[in-house]
Design a binder for this molecule. Structure first.
Ligand code: SF4
Length: 489
């Protein structure tokens, strides 16, 4: 798909919006072109003395329609309003062409709840709801969900103070690679030899980071060891990392310590005993589905039975906060099979359940038959998500929500918990409430100035082999934390 723009710079937003409808297409943006290659979307602005004319044309072989609007030049927020109007016109035309009804309207951002909160603080809850529905074309259901999630999130966000921070530690190894994985994670088979040196260097980075956090007087609120699958390490290696954290950081005010035990096939007595003895108070065991055929389709080398057994083992070892992740829209999953999965998971009564939507990797461009599949997949994922949200609302509350690009049906990832079991880390990281110090390959430290929108990032190298071979550079980059806080604390 070609997007032709003229006389404005809204290409980023318009490209993201187009991708919602055409997730598999390669999208190319052209500025001020004179020739137009089909299929295309044109978004052209002509600015007159008093008014501007915005024209959108959408052209496919079997579809050619345009929309036009005139807006006054001296309205407040003129540029943003032009961008929004272009988005609304493109949305309506692509909706008509594809037959797809994205429930989040023209919203393309990752953090709709943060947007809801920011608007609420400016114009109040009712006006924000109206704005979501009428100006951003968000469905009634998603607007209500945003309102409720924002309310639940707020109580946690208010606990964060000027000197608060959270710690993320990355362990980018997994027993095998899932077909849909978008993380930097390497299969154990290929990288087993890197695990020991990785563990040792990670402990060094933890010590260095803790030293800086102490120097700038930061207070640790939550810790999350994720990845990857941290429990893909041996219990001895993971124990070393956890011990390094508790030795080097002051955990006396820490509200939550999570370890992702994502793959049920990495959960065993020895691992759980070690985690429990270390005071880990939240673990996440992620079945994704309880359909064995679907598990095979997505390259996870465990069975549904193993997920249930891992959960039961965690209970036996005294874990009182277990999260379980599921995914809607998995290849080969049906609505009935998803219902069956969720019913079984609910019978286990985990403290929190996170429902993700499959984010598809790009495949071939959209053809008529693929458009039909896209519509069908979107509808099934939508039905699964609606079922999940309806069922979970009786026992759980929605407490955090975010979106990614190329999600099937343009839905969301949403965390539900029993009241009092919201994950602090998940909320802080999605809201960008406070600084997140990150250690390990793929980790991104996000330095946040309290009460402002200022956010600076420090990136670690992505892959374990780079992390190991260029470790000194990673250590050096940590001085950026001191520089950031020098002037503001
Ligand atoms: S368990 Fe998660 S991080 Fe590991 S391969 Fe699967 S999706 Fe990727």
């Amino acid at each position: 798909m070609n997007i032709y723009i003229e006389n404005h710079e809204f290409h980023y937003e318009l490209e993201n919006l187009t991708r919602i409808f055409l997730p598999n297409d390669k999208i190319t943006v052209h500025k001020n072109a004179v020739e137009f290659e089909k299929p295309f979307i044109k978004a052209i602005r002509t600015i007159g003395n008093k008014n501007s004319e915005l024209i959108v044309e959408v052209y496919f072989d079997d579809f050619d329609k345009s929309e036009k609007i005139i807006i006054t030049n001296n309205i407040p927020d003129y540029e943003n309003e032009c961008e929004r109007q272009f988005a609304v016109m493109i949305f309506k035309l692509l909706q008509e062409y594809t037959g797809v009804n994205p429930p989040w309207g023209i919203l393309t951002g990752v953090r709709p709840i943060k947007l809801f909160r920011n608007l609420k603080n400016q114009i109040g809850t009712e006006e924000t709801e109206r704005y979501f529905k009428e100006k951003l074309l968000v469905s009634d259901k998603k607007t209500a969900l945003s309102k409720e999630t924002e309310k639940n999130e707020s109580k946690i966000i208010e606990l964060s103070k000027k000197d608060s921070f959270s710690l993320y530690v990355s362990v980018p190894f997994c027993p095998s690679r899932c077909a849909y994985c978008s993380f930097v994670s390497q299969s154990v088979e290929k990288t087993k030899h890197l695990m020991e040196p990785y563990t040792d260097l990670l402990c060094k980075e933890i010590a260095k980071t803790a030293g800086i956090a102490t120097k700038v007087n930061l207070k640790l609120e939550s810790v999350y060891i994720g990845g990857g699958t941290p429990t893909a390490l041996t219990p001895t290696q993971l124990n070393k990392i956890i011990k390094a954290i508790s030795k080097d950081f002051n955990l006396s005010d820490c509200r939550e310590f999570t370890v992702e035990a994502g793959r049920p096939d990495t959960v065993n007595d020895e691992m759980l005993i070690m985690l429990h003895e270390n005071g880990i108070d939240r673990i996440s065991i992620n079945p994704q589905t309880l359909n064995d055929t679907v598990l095979e389709n997505i390259g996870r080398r465990h069975t549904a039975r193993q997920s249930i057994e891992a959960f039961e083992l965690a209970r036996k070892h005294g874990f009182t906060h277990v999260n379980m992740d599921l995914i809607v829209g998995l290849p080969g999953d049906s609505f009935e099979s998803f219902q069956n999965t969720l019913n079984q998971i609910c019978n286990l009564e985990p403290e929190s359940i996170t429902i993700h939507t499959l984010a598809k990797k790009r495949s071939a461009e959209l053809t008529a038959s693929k458009l039909e599949i896209l519509r069908k997949d979107s509808q099934t994922a939508d039905e699964m998500m609606a079922f999940a949200q309806d069922k979970l609302k009786n026992m759980y509350i929605p407490y955090y929500l975010y979106r990614q690009s190329r999600m099937v049906g343009n839905l969301e990832n949403i965390g539900f918990s029993k009241p009092g079991f919201e994950s602090f880390y998940n909320i802080f990281v999605m809201d960008e409430t406070h600084t997140i110090l990150a250690c390990g390959a793929g980790g991104v430290t996000k330095l946040k100035e309290f009460g402002t929108s200022r956010l600076e990032r420090i990136f670690n190298f992505k892959y374990p082999y780079e992390y190991i071979s260029r470790f000194d550079e990673i250590q050096n980059r940590k001085s950026g934390i001191m520089d950031f806080y020098k002037n503001i604390m």
